[in-house]
Design a protein around this ligand. Structure first.
Ligand code: SDX
Length: 409
């Protein structure tokens, strides 16, 4: 007879016969880090000690990559060297291109997972690093190799995403150009033409804002895989699988789809009201496990959306609908009491939808950015690695009498 389990959830902790279970590991600390920090109560985010607002207003994604991977903002020469290395690593192995083509009709996140794993199988550096990790030789020299592999992943993800889009529309791929910056080159490969400067700014700001966020589900997944001393490409393939879910990285796509379905700002209030009812639909892009204030990244990106619609208009009223939802959420007691605010996914999809990027490519864009945070946290954890192996509280029966199949009812 299984033991009677009294499930008492006081938000975070479930009482069990073996002791308290922290549901969803809420607020459980798993490592120290100097990469990023979040003040959830006051809505503040820092990368390596710099406030996200300063980086969003002054830095490109390439500069933020250097900051997160190497711990400092680059000087001019360091930045040029990094941009040259990234630009020289944008191409893919032919086998990877074949995999992307084979998955042209699949959701791009499937293609991203499969393509990253394929690329890793052919990257000699990745195999060399995996060998060093396996034989316990991982030290400063291998750390330099791990950082170079991280750069390759950062350089290649945009190519995978753009190639998938081209194949999915029956178009020829557009090869990367080494004379274009990271975000401009992505748009060039995606649309096959020189991108509008505001579109480049939109992508680059999005990549800066999503580069790291301490230990969300996808980064924790990366750490769990990395702590087994698996290879870095497999770490990223796993993290992409975690990011896909609508409770995490999939919310940006779901948010824009909901604005399109609502179709009229006047309906926003009812939609928000429905979300407050028990079992009601969750508002995508609202709420956060850590932020109990307006997500600073959402506030920054809202400004870009306003610039974009000022210049190009709001033909499907997506900005107007999102603004009505925002106002209804901010003024509703249900959301106020639970400290639920717009998060990073609330505004981001609007600009990309208007730019002509299909919404199934929004989460791949998120992965293109967060790849730097995933790799940086794993490389940081390898300095003091320990396998993750939690426990479960078994509440089933023990030592049952085995009954041969002839005698089973
Ligand atoms: C990202 O962790 C990160 O840092 C992630 C991220 C990153 O940069 O990596 O910031 C990116 O994933 C942003 C979050 C994107 N997801 C969404 O926007 C999906 C919608 N949001 C929710 O599902 C929710 O807010 C979560 C998943 C984000 C957080 O949920 P929690 O912390 O598990 O909160 P909960 O489920 O315990 O909810 C507490 C209460 C509940 O109501 P009561 O039981 O108290 O009555 O708040 C309610 C929930 O029903 N609630 C919502 C809601 N989110 C929470 N009600 C309506 N709409 C919502 N969106």
């Amino acid at each position: 007879m299984s033991q009677e389990v009294r499930i008492v959830t006081s938000g975070k902790v479930i009482q069990s016969p073996c002791g308290p279970i922290v549901h969803g590991l809420e607020d459980v600390l798993v490592k120290t880090t100097t990469i990023s920090d979040i003040d959830g109560r006051n809505g503040i985010l820092w990368y390596r000690g710099y406030r996200i607002e300063d980086l969003a207003n002054n830095s490109t994604y390439e500069e933020v990559v250097h900051l997160i991977l190497y711990g400092k903002l680059p000087n001019k020469r360091e930045l040029e060297d990094l941009k040259t290395r990234l630009a020289s690593n944008r191409d893919l192995h032919p086998a990877t291109v074949d995999v992307i083509k084979a998955l042209a009709k699949a959701d791009p996140m499937f293609a991203l997972e499969a393509a990253v794993a394929t690329e890793g199988a052919y990257d000699e550096d990745n195999l060399k690093l995996a060998d060093a990790l396996r034989s316990g030789r991982y030290k400063e020299t291998e750390k330099a190799l791990a950082l170079r592999i991280a750069e390759k992943l950062i350089a290649k993800l945009p190519t995978i995403v753009a190639y998938h889009y081209r194949f999915s529309r029956g178009l020829d791929v557009v090869r990367p150009r080494s004379d274009l910056g990271h975000s401009a080159n992505f748009l060039f490969m995606f649309f096959g033409k020189e991108p509008d400067p505001l579109a480049v700014r939109a992508v680059d700001l999005y990549l800066v804002l999503h580069a790291d966020h301490e230990i969300p589900a996808s980064t924790f997944t990366a750490l769990v895989i990395g702590a087994t001393l698996s290879d870095l490409y497999s770490v990223i393939a796993g993290a992409i699988g975690a990011l896909k879910g609508p409770l995490h990285g999939g919310a940006n796509e779901a948010a824009v789809k909901s604005y399109l379905e609502i179709g009229d700002p006047a309906k926003a209030k009812d939609v928000v009201e429905a979300a407050t009812k028990p079992g009601g639909p969750r508002l995508m892009g609202v709420g956060h496990r850590v932020y109990k204030a307006y997500d600073p990244r959402a506030r920054i990106f809202k400004g870009l959306v306003e610039d974009y619609v000022k210049k190009f208009g709001d033909p499907q009223k997506l900005y107007a609908i999102a603004s009505s939802i925002e106002q209804a959420v901010l003024s509703h007691p249900y959301f106020q009491q639970r400290r639920l605010f717009p998060n990073v996914d609330f505004w981001s999809g609007i600009v990309f939808y208007y730019m002509g990027i299909p919404y199934e490519y929004f989460t791949p864009l998120f992965a293109m950015s967060r790849v730097v945070g995933w790799t940086a946290h794993v490389i940081e954890y390898w300095d003091n690695n320990r396998l993750f192996r939690p426990r479960a509280c078994y509440v089933g029966p023990h030592d049952l009498q085995y009954v041969p199949i002839e005698k089973r009812e």
